[in-house]
Design a protein around this ligand. Structure first.
Ligand SMILES: Nc1ncnc2c1ncn2[C@@H]1O[C@H](COP(=O)(O)OP(=O)(O)OP(=O)(O)O)[C@@H](O)[C@H]1O
Ligand SMILES: [Mg+2]
Length: 251
């Protein structure tokens, strides 16, 4: 299968502070690829570099065989048309309805007429099981529904690659499972490649095809492969990570 993202010898550093180094991985077209690791290990920072939002790196990031540095110089706007992002703390705009939140990127990037944008927004809402909620405001809906509406906004422009940062954090297990099912369905139905940043192991094991595990003290990838490969790794750092997660979830 073809790689849609390739990362080579990536080092991310803010001033003297090295966040990640020796990062090498590929994301295959059409897969659900998870980035996992403890809090502070650099998951969000890595994601922000993959989409060109931060540029404190050495090494190479290729998106569809194009060097991100060239994309930034030559065609960043058209690149932004091809990706969708739901940020970790990326709230919907509270003064706009759900439909208007989704219409925003449509009208900004595609210059769709308002009527067309409104119809597309309704369709995107139905894709995330929020059919008929077009005129609700974010404050009128539950946390799980907000997460789904953010995903609807992220897929507004039919992205080839969808980046989701902690789409299930703060949700109860049942609602998290619903979001996982939704992500899986979007991946199958739309063929979208999905980069999923999470520390929800349920999500990782039920929906991801492959993953990397970041370690904050080693500042690098300590395991990669299928969820099965990573879980069964004999590496001490990897086992310690799963022990920590188990301790934090078993009450
Ligand atoms: N713009 C920035 N400038 C300097 N340091 C930063 C910047 N953004 C993040 N950092 C640092 O990078 C490190 C990794 O942060 P990051 O937000 O990527 O962690 P994370 O793995 O996403 O954690 P969490 O699971 O809590 O979301 C942290 O030490 C953070 O303080
Ligand atoms: Mg984060």
């Amino acid at each position: 299968m073809e790689n849609i993202i390739e990362v080579r010898s990536l080092k991310i550093q803010f001033g003297e502070n090295i966040i990640l180094k020796d990062i090498n991985f590929n994301v295959k077209k059409g897969e659900i690829f998870a980035i996992i690791g403890d809090s502070g290990s650099g998951k969000t920072v890595l994601l922000k570099h993959l989409i060109g939002l931060l540029e404190s790196y050495n090494g190479e990031i290729y998106l569809e065989n194009n060097d991100l540095k060239n994309i930034k110089k030559e065609s960043y706007d058209s690149f932004l048309n091809e990706i969708g992002v739901a940020f970790q703390y990326g709230a919907l705009l509270g003064s706009l309805t759900l439909a208007e939140n989704i219409m925003l990127p449509l009208m900004e990037y595609k210059t769709d007429s308002e009527a067309v944008a409104r119809r597309i927004a309704a369709w995107k809402l139905s894709l995330v099981d929020l059919e008929g909620f077009d005129n609700y405001y974010p404050s009128d809906i539950s946390g799980g529904m907000k997460k789904r509406a953010s995903i609807a906004r992220a897929i507004a422009l039919n992205p080839k690659i969808l980046f989701l940062d902690e789409p299930t954090s703060g949700l109860d297990p049942i609602t998290s499972t619903e979001i996982d099912n939704l992500i899986k369905r979007l991946n199958k139905r739309l063929g979208t490649t999905i980069i999923l940043v999470t520390h929800d192991l349920e999500s990782v094991f039920s929906i991801s095809d492959s993953l990397i595990l970041l370690d904050g003290s080693k500042k690098t990838i300590v395991a990669k492969g299928t969820p099965f490969d990573v879980f069964n790794s004999s590496d001490r750092n990897v086992q310690k990570f799963f022990e920590r997660i188990k301790k934090s979830t078993v009450k």
